[in-house]
Design a protein. Structure first.
Length: 229
């Protein structure tokens, strides 16, 4: 496979989120420009992450800015704070770390070494520690969000905590990020479906975005298992 070119599956994800947003707009009779921009740039970002391409951070910068605003309007304060205070600066940290780990900006710059980041993986002991640490943090943050009035505290806590850890693992190019992204994406789909039932603005296109995130995270796990060998 030529890793410098997007695969057919990658194009399916990109085209799928664009078409889904158009269909959603036609069915609802509304044009959610902000939500659609967040969804499309988000899918472009995660597709490029799965490919090991450093250009994911360009689209990520746009996506996290828009998603922070949308989450705040939907009273998902954990997600809003996560994107504004953590994801946003981590785009710059991730760019710097991936450059250090060999991710090139073009095939010409990379030469014969390839443009992808040099991925790595945890030991089984490290994975056990990661799992236990995440479980404790999810419960603790869930009670905190419940105290401040979050309508979905433990779902919001799960996506917040796991996303923080996964983003860090992503910046450091660890394969285990994808297990956390898969869980985060499943919970996020459920969380935004609840928002749809409550009539929250932008919620419909957020469901579409997270479904495509989930499809990409499964593919990302497959690709990064090979990259981290």
């Amino acid at each position: 496979m030529n890793n410098k070119v997007l695969s057919l599956y990658d194009w399916f994800l990109i085209a799928g989120v664009i078409v889904s947003n158009v269909v959603y707009s036609l069915l609802t009779g509304t044009m959610d420009v902000l939500g659609s921009m967040a969804a499309i740039t988000g899918v472009l970002c995660v597709v490029l992450v799965a490919k090991g391409s450093i250009w994911n951070y360009l689209f990520g910068l746009v996506n996290v800015s828009l998603y922070a605003y949308i989450s705040y309007k939907a009273s998902l304060y954990g997600d809003a704070a996560l994107n504004a205070l953590y994801y946003l600066p981590m785009q710059f940290v991730g760019w710097w770390q991936w450059r250090r780990r060999g991710a090139a900006m073009s095939a010409a710059e990379a030469g014969d070494s390839g443009v992808q980041v040099k991925a790595r993986r945890f030991t089984w002991k490290q994975r056990a520690i990661l799992f236990l640490g995440c479980a404790v943090a999810v419960v603790a943050v869930g009670f905190l969000l419940k105290h401040v009035g979050d309508p979905q505290p433990f779902k919001d806590s799960t996506t917040t905590v796991l996303s923080i850890v996964a983003q860090m693992l992503m910046a450091l190019a660890f394969m285990e990020q994808w297990a956390l992204w898969i869980i985060t994406n499943i919970v996020s789909v459920v969380m935004w479906c609840v928002c749809v039932s409550r009539g929250e603005a932008h919620a419909g296109v957020m469901v579409i975005m997270w479904v495509f995130y989930l499809l990409n995270s499964i593919n990302g796990m497959r690709v990064w298992m090979k990259l981290s060998k």
